[in-house]
Write a protein that binds this ligand. Sequence first.
Ligand SMILES: Cc1ncc(COP(=O)(O)O)c(C=O)c1O
Length: 424
Amino acid sequence: MHLDQAQQGIDQAVAKLGDTSLSEQTIVEHLHPLFSRVLSRNKRTNEIYLSNHSLGRPLDMVSDVVQTALDGWYDEIDGVWGYWLEARDRYRAQIARALRWPDENAVVPKSSAAQGLRAVLNALPSTCLKIVSTRCEFDSIDFVLKSYAHKGRAEMRWVEPDANDMLQAQDIIDSIDESTDLVVVSMVCFVTGQRVEQIERIIERAHACDAMVVLDAYHAFGVLPIDFGSLGADFIIAGNYKYTRGGAGSCFLAIHPRHLSPEGGVPPTDALFPIDTGWFAKQDPFAYQRNEMPAFAAGGDAWLEATPPALTYFQALPGLMLTNAIGVDRLRAYSLEQQKALVDALAQHQVSPRLFDQRGAYILIETPDGHEATKRLKEVGVNSDARPLPRSGSWVIRLCPDLLNTRAELEDAANRVSSVLQRI
Ligand SMILES: Cc1ncc(COP(=O)(O)O)c(C=O)c1O
C-alpha cells in the first residue's frame, strides 16, 4: 500500500466520525475495521489489552505499507531511495503537525529517546555539563545521565519527588541556578502518569539562568495537546512506540528553531552544534564535496545523521496519520472518559485506583508485588504492567485503555482485576 493510499484510507474513516467528540459507537463502526488483526487476536486469546501506554497497537495497514516500501527495493533497487526519503519527510511533517509546529525540518528522526538526548548532550559547548533532572525520569534517560556523570561529562543535581511520589514544579525550579547548563524533565512521569505542572515556569526559570531544557514528551506525545512554539522548550524528545502506534525505533528530537541556522554552514566552535552526525547533515550531501571544516545543512537538517533507517518511517506513519487525522484534543477527551469508565467499573468491585488530577493516559492500582500481580493478571487475560514508585518503592499496576477498548471490555477487565487483587 502506497503512503497516499494509507492517508486516504485513514482520512475517509476519520471523516465518518464527523467533527464532534468521539463516541464508542462511531469508533467501533469506523475505526475498528482499521484494526481487524489486533481485534481478532482479542477474540482468539480472550485477552484484554490495557498496556496501550507501553506498546501501542498497530493498524492493519502497517504491514502493507512496509511491504510496499520493501517491494520498491526489489523492483527498483537503488531507485527506491526517492520513496524512502519521501517517507522520512512525511514522518517529520506528521510529528511537526502533532507538535503544532509549522517547520517539519525542526524534527529530526532518532531511533530512541536516549539517542535524542545524547545528541543534545554532545552538542552543548561545555565538556562537563551541570544538569538538573529528576528521580522520575525513564530508565533510559536516567541511565544516560548517570553514564555521562560517571565519565566526568556531567554533574547531576537530582530532584526528588515528594512523600507521595509526586514531582513538585517548585522543587525543580529551586534546583536551577546560574550554574545550570541543562534541565531534563518529563512532561508526564512514566511510573505515576503524573503530568508535571507548570512546565512553562520551569522553562522560564531555566532560560532566565541561561540554561536549556530538554522535555521528555514520551508519555505526552499523542496524549496531551503539545504546542512546541508556545512551550518554548529548547528540545523535545519522544517516540511513537506508545500512543501513536508506530512501533520500536521510531523516535525523534525536535529542536527549537532559535537553535537552527537558516543558512547552515560552519558553526563557531563554541556554539551549539551536533557531533552525533553523518553525511546526511552536510550541506548538499550529494555533491560529494569535502571541506576541511564541517559545513552543516540549513535548519534542522543539520541535526540529521548518516544513512537513515528508512523502514521505520513506513512502520510509524499510519499511526501518526491516524493521530493527526482524529486530533489529539479529541483523543484526550475520549481517553479521560475511558479512564473514568474503568475507574467506575473498578469501584463497583471495591478497587480504588490511585488517581492524579493532572495525569496522562493511564490509571494506577497499588499492589504489594508488581511482578506477581502482572503475572496473575496475564493468567486471567488482562495485559498490563507494573513499576515501582520512584521514592517509596511500592508497586503500582498501570492500566491504559485506548480507542480499541470498549466499555464492555473495561467492565470485564475490572471484574478480572478485582478477582486477582483479592488473592494477592
Ligand atoms: C518517559 C519515557 N521516556 C523515554 C522512553 C523510551 O526511551 P528510549 O527510547 O531511550 O528507550 C520511555 C519508554 O517507556 C518513557 O516512558
